[in-house]
Design a protein around this ligand. Structure first.
Ligand SMILES: [Zn+2]
Length: 242
């Protein structure tokens, strides 16, 4: 089984280590930076063997070069953005698989935030790394793709089991929650979740990971019901000052 460790870096980024004890393999997912990641791996006595990138944004690949220089890790990233992924050695897309020790991830194309964005789902471990596609109570901004594309990408991820833990790449939950309650003010599951989120943040605790089941019950973007309504909610969130 994968041991997933969350490392908070920059303002609100999460970088993850995914470690398979049996083989000793350790993957880093979306290293925004290198130093805290190398330090955490060293502290645990883990050697980083792989980097998995979800998309080309600098706060997801910024640590690639230094981690490769320090460890010789091989880099897997999105086929559609390979030329923008530093040190990439394997390009993957929909239908490909990636292994970390004994654990296998399915790769999904989940464009929308960027065109070539991918996600990694370790089915047997109940672990999803959606990058900036699906957030706790939110979804990524449409910098490159269309509402149709993002809507389809979210539907792909929501086909995963409810128990899947969603290790998204940012702590945006409290801001997302303020918007979500304006969309569904009478959703009791959402109201309860917001109380929990506020309590966690008041103690400085992360709200990530969530689960697919929680997102299915409370996330206004995966609950939009149509592309038109998704597009309306995404635009409303972009302009939301809550
Ligand atoms: Zn991004």
């Amino acid at each position: 089984m994968l041991d997933v460790v969350q490392i908070a870096v920059l303002n609100d980024n999460y970088v993850y280590l995914a470690h398979d004890a049996a083989s000793g393999e350790t993957a880093v997912i979306d290293p925004a930076v290198s130093e805290p990641v190398l330090a955490e791996a060293a502290r645990r006595g883990w050697t980083i063997t792989q980097i998995l990138n979800t998309h080309w944004h600098p706060d997801h690949v910024g640590g690639n070069a230094a981690i490769v220089a320090a460890t010789g890790a091989r880099v897997t990233g999105p086929k559609g953005e390979a030329e923008r992924i530093p040190e990439i050695s394997r390009s993957v897309g929909d239908g490909d698989t990636v292994t970390v020790g004994a654990s296998t991830a399915r790769v999904f194309d989940v464009g929308g935030h960027t065109l070539g964005h991918i996600a990694y789902a370790f089915d047997a471990d109940d672990v999803l790394f959606p990058g900036d596609t699906l957030f706790a109570l939110g979804c990524g901004r449409l910098f490159e793709g269309t509402p149709e594309q993002m809507s389809a990408s979210l539907a792909t991820l929501m086909a995963l089991p409810d128990s899947t833990r969603v290790y998204c790449a940012h702590e945006y939950t409290q801001s997302n929650a303020r918007f979500a309650v304006t969309v569904e003010p009478s959703n009791a599951a959402l109201s309860a979740r917001v109380v929990d989120i506020d309590a966690r943040r008041a103690k400085g605790l992360p709200t990530v990971p969530s689960t697919i089941g929680e997102e299915r019950a409370t996330n206004p973007f995966v609950r939009a019901g149509s592309v038109a309504e998704f597009a309306r909610r995404r635009a409303a969130k972009d302009n939301f000052r809550g």
